[in-house]
Design a protein. Structure first.
Lengths: 226, 226
DNA sequence: GATTTAAAAATTGTATGCAATTTTTCTTTA
DNA sequence: TAAAGAAAAATTGCATACAATTTTTAAATC
């Protein structure tokens, strides 16, 4: 897959090299990827439109950051969208997809047992992606993945942080529960469990936030003013 | 409000000057708005990321077009999202917003009676926008408006077409019904009525499609190939 | 007359340069 | 030492130029 410049820059954010609030310098990005500023600017604008980064006229673009209230809203919205995908997927997934879902949960079981945080993060992506596809609705999938993209810098932090080790099994069990409901074709239950799953993720993330804030580290607040 | 270049170009699409499938020529757009191609390209890329136009490497960008199946999916997704907004708005709207909603319906009554199609289109935007705000969730509002944006070239066609005159009263009555449910705080009913409202819009749009297709006009198909 | 081929024109993708603005650094002052 | 101000550096926004590619037009062939 020929990684586009847009994707390369997005990856800097998604893999955590650039954190929320960090500036994106056009010149150094251009140098880094061996192109001129023009295509870099275009890529940055696109990422701005998709909400991953924030564009401020005459000022450097920065990785989009959310305060707690915004994170609450983002997760509430995502919970509903993911729940919707799960409900549709429960009714519409085909046999091949159902087999893949079953396989995914089995692999996830293993990963969870090995406490492989990096693999768990990938697994999380794949699990939700499978349901987005299974919902058989291009627009819904687009909406779900765009929403997901925006908060990825935060949800990814969950899986990478040390203190989350203990909880690594919980998302797996939740995924397994959702998968079971989906495979049984129980849209209602799949939907409810998914909502709870996302709500739980938010709680973990808030805890993470409070912890890092308490550790007197950079509060990484929004700072939209000045 | 200082219309940005991006907004100006978007407006060309939203007011129907550029129709789905039409090419966006960078040079002529630059000339038209008195700037160079560079900012035009940046604007086009942003609109591409938001899904209003389609970007094809080395080929002119074109206004995004949907075939019938895609339109079905888009409206299904939008129905759910709008229903969600309505449900939340029913519970969360404040007094000021409720008053504005009531006023809006009164004005809409008048517009519908006068068969003012252009005003009806604006009214439709305002009505849904009010519910997006009333849902008190920034992310949800963003998702709703992005979804709405993508299909605007199609839904706007509904209001502008002659044959729709007879049906102009129906969306108004549906809006009134939804507003009533919202004002009573009945989330469940607001949600259901909204879903029906969007489904009805799709049916009208499909009828419109079939009519224009029958009138042997340019079929305006997707033509993603070659 | 329709189809293929070749040339010309138009169009996109990117680099580069410069003015406008912001950010940083350095000085001055309280 | 801290705050304020001025100068310097860095950075963004935009125009322009040119190569690469696509699209259109014209010519040639069947």
């Amino acid at each position: 897959m020929p990684h586009t410049l847009r994707q390369k820059i997005a990856d800097l954010v998604l893999n955590g090299e650039l954190k929320p609030g960090d500036r994106l310098d056009e010149h150094s990005l251009a140098e880094r990827f061996g192109v001129s500023r023009t295509p870099v600017r275009e890529a940055i604008r696109q990422l701005g439109a998709s909400g991953l980064i924030e564009i401020r006229p005459r000022r450097s673009a920065v990785v989009r950051s959310f305060d707690r209230a915004e994170l609450d809203e983002a997760f509430e919205a995502m919970g509903e969208i993911e729940a919707l995908c799960a409900a549709r997927a429960a009714v519409r997934m085909n046999e091949a997809e159902r087999l893949r879902l079953r396989a995914l949960i089995a692999t996830s079981e293993d990963i969870s047992a090995r406490t492989d945080r990096s693999a768990a993060l990938e697994m999380d992506f794949e699990f939700h992606g499978l349901l987005h596809d299974g919902a058989r609705n291009w627009m819904l999938k687009t909406v779900a993945e765009e929403t997901r993209l925006k908060i990825t810098p935060y949800s990814a932090a969950l899986f990478t942080m040390e203190s989350y080790n203990a909880d690594l099994d919980r998302p797996h069990r939740q995924h397994a529960g959702i998968a079971e409901a989906v495979l049984e074709g129980d849209a209602e239950r799949a939907s409810t469990l998914m909502r709870e799953h996302i709500a739980q993720a938010l709680i973990s993330l808030q805890k993470f936030f409070d912890d890092t804030a308490a550790r007197s580290d950079a509060p990484k607040v929004k700072d939209r003013s000045r």
